[in-house]
Design a protein around this ligand. Structure first.
Ligand SMILES: [Zn+2]
Length: 660
């Protein structure tokens, strides 16, 4: 197979897996396997730049940061949609449509209203040419580099289509939203999938956009080669034929009763969906009739959005509790009489921060309305002032940590109020619990209750001291027998040689979630290397942005953090890095190394060549596949040149094996 064919095959294969993941929700391969295929393609493209293509799946990981977004003029404008909040309002709209058309009946198309952000796409000669935000409806931002990272969108469609302009919605599935939040620090947590999607498209760093795993559904064909489909139903048929993602949940409705039946079906079933919807969009199906109805200055007359009311309940605030998180952030949480909303019992709702608490002015004793929208987190949406009891006082912003009593701080530019006492029991408790958690060091038996007991007994003071514990000490704790104490110490002992990424995640570095920890481990291969890495170096890792890179270097610049790690190392903690990539990138290749290398010892590079299925050789011959040449390479380099053997620098070698 030629290189070109190989590249084409990989591109097709990767796009197929993108569709399986984002459109069909039936992935055939793991994220890791996907990354391996992507790396392989990336190497081939780098080695053969003549086959470069801005629409290659490799471009989806995001390119260089963007300074500013050029303006795009929407022609026709992206109008807003009229809303109907009740079925009566929907009937009124229906009557207006019938009057406007002078007819007794009209065919509608009904579909889910996905709660995301609008996007307008242009495909030219079968390839994605532009992606723009809605903006004010007339002028939007050209966010093409970000749109390319949306793996749910095809970068190529049927080449016979010269020009397709299509509009739709970018969103984040509930599953991907949960994954995204898992990787964020408590105060960085995104409130709901919609906010997460909205903030993504105008990100200046496409790498961050790529990491957000955005999905998309398109629903409006503006024009295809200068024409418009005859109906909304036909438009969907066309989009499906072109492989453009569309939501399959839609109905052709001969009567308004059919529309209402569709609305009622999804009122119940919307919680089963893997994405949030906030209503049902109803469109006059036939294009001809749409044109006949036209538009007002604000919205087309042939389309309406029926909005489901959010599920809400009234209750009474009994307390405002303060929680101190792992990073010291103090969060006020309203505790109220239990209510059932959206099928679950709710007893408290986060007030997020003290600015938010002051804005809402929630007081103990207040009657409040709690709402639970599509997102999982309940929120206080209203305080019923006429029901406020006499003498209810505004909640005072605490000046001291509710746990350790030390003064609280508010850093410039931050909303959060924090306890900065590294010895604060709340912070220590949570950081040790996090360290021992299943996704970090996975120390079974070291849950927060045990950590609390150990802290109370002054047996631990930080995560490093966990490695100083003895069976006798643990056995002396209440409710811990000799047997469970030995088991715990055994588990602690066992964790010393954990996978490096687990330890990195367990350190609780700001912004370093599970995935970032894996990437950092893969890149640095040892804790020492990571501790000494520069921000510039880290930012070079795919998917690692400047914020994470700076947080990592800052963490290791704090002497206490380094000392804690060194203490752990003295206690025998020696994480291992299992090279996950046992590749075949150099299968059957003979590689000669010469000159002085800056990154590897001779032994290390030979191991890498072997890991990739290649054979390290000492002499250059016509059978040599590559010569890796370092500083002051001599006769071998000359010989390689005379035999036309490809010569690689260390960086090129790394790129070849996918570590560039
Ligand atoms: Zn404190």
């Amino acid at each position: 197979m030629s290189v070109k064919q190989d590249i084409e095959r990989l591109r097709k294969e990767l796009e197929r897996h993108n569709r399986l993941y984002y459109l069909d929700a039936t992935p055939e391969i793991s994220d890791f396997e996907f990354d391996q295929l992507l790396r392989r393609l990336d190497e081939l493209e780098k080695a053969h730049p003549q086959y470069d293509d801005p629409n290659s799946p490799t471009k989806r990981v995001g390119g260089a940061p963007i300074d500013s977004f050029p303006t795009v003029v929407h022609e026709p404008p992206m109008l807003s949609i009229e809303n109907a909040y009740t079925l009566d309002e929907l009937r009124e709209w229906h009557e207006r449509v019938l009057r406007g058309l002078g007819r007794e009946t009209v065919e509608y198309e009904a579909e889910l209203k996905i709660d995301g952000v609008s996007i307008s796409l242009l495909y030219e000669n079968g390839a994605l040419a532009c992606g723009a935000t809605r903006g004010d409806g007339v002028r939007g931002d050209d966010v093409t580099p970000n749109v390319r990272t949306v793996r749910a969108l095809p970068l190529k469609i049927d080449r016979k289509v010269k020009r397709l302009e299509v509009r739709g919605e970018i969103y984040i599935s509930k599953r991907d939203f949960a994954l995204l939040n898992q990787d964020l620090d408590e105060e960085e947590q995104l409130a709901n999938p919609r906010n997460a999607a909205a903030g993504s498209l105008r990100q200046k760093d496409p790498k961050l956009v790529a990491a957000r795993r955005l999905s998309a559904y398109l629903y409006h064909v503006v024009s295809v080669d200068g024409r418009q489909p005859e109906s909304q139903w036909d438009a969907y048929a066309l989009l499906e034929r072109l492989g453009v993602p569309t939501n399959p949940q839609r109905a052709l409705c001969a009567t308004l009763d059919d529309v209402v039946a569709f609305i009622e079906t999804w009122r119940e079933r919307r919680h089963e969906l893997d994405f949030d919807i906030d209503g049902i969009v109803v469109k006059v199906n036939r294009r001809e009739e749409q044109l006949e109805l036209g538009a007002t200055s604000k919205a087309p007359r042939w389309i309406v959005a029926f909005k489901y009311p959010p599920e809400a309940a009234q209750t009474i605030v009994r307390a405002i509790n303060l929680y101190v998180g792992r990073t010291g952030t103090v969060t006020p949480v309203a505790e109220f009489d239990p209510v059932r909303i959206g099928g679950t019992k709710v007893v408290n709702a986060s007030l997020h921060n003290f600015d938010e608490l002051a804005r809402k002015d929630v007081r103990i004793g207040d009657s409040i309305v709690v709402e639970k929208g599509g997102d999982i987190i309940p929120k206080v949406v209203d305080v019923l002032l006429d029901k406020r009891p006499d003498g209810a006082e505004p909640f005072a912003v605490p000046e001291h940590c509710p746990v350790c009593g030390e003064p609280l701080h508010r850093f410039e530019g931050e909303v959060a109020i924090r306890c900065i006492n590294q010895g604060c029991p709340a912070i220590v408790l949570q950081s040790i619990t996090h360290f021992a958690s299943r996704k970090a060091m996975d120390i079974e038996g070291l849950g927060w209750q045990t950590v609390q007991a150990l802290l109370d007994a002054k047996l631990v003071s930080d995560y490093a001291s966990v490695y100083e514990l003895t069976v006798e000490q643990v056995a002396a704790l209440e409710r811990k027998g000799e047997k469970s104490a030995s088991k715990l110490i055994e588990n602690i002992e066992h964790s010393k040689t954990n996978e490096l990424s687990r330890l990195i995640f367990g350190l609780g570095i700001r912004f370093v979630g599970e995935r970032a920890a894996k990437l950092l481990a893969e890149h640095s291969r040892s804790l020492d290397a990571l501790m000494n890495a520069t921000a510039e170096e880290l930012v070079g890792i795919r998917e690692i942005g400047p914020k994470v890179a700076e947080a990592v270097t800052f963490h290791f610049s704090v002497p206490a953090n380094r000392e804690r790690i060194e203490r752990m190392q003295r206690l025998g903690v020696a994480p291992v890095h299992v090279a996950t990539a046992t590749g075949d990138r150099l299968a059957g290749k003979s590689v000669v190394v010469t000159g002085t290398l800056t990154r590897f010892s001779r032994d290390e590079i030979h191991k890498l060549i072997e890991r990739e299925g290649g054979k390290p050789a000492s002499a250059v011959s016509s059978k040599t596949s590559y010569l890796v040449a370092g500083e002051s390479a001599g006769s071998k380099l000359e010989k390689a040149r005379s035999l036309n053997v490809p010569v690689l620098t260390e960086d090129e070698f790394l790129a070849l094996i996918g570590e560039g």
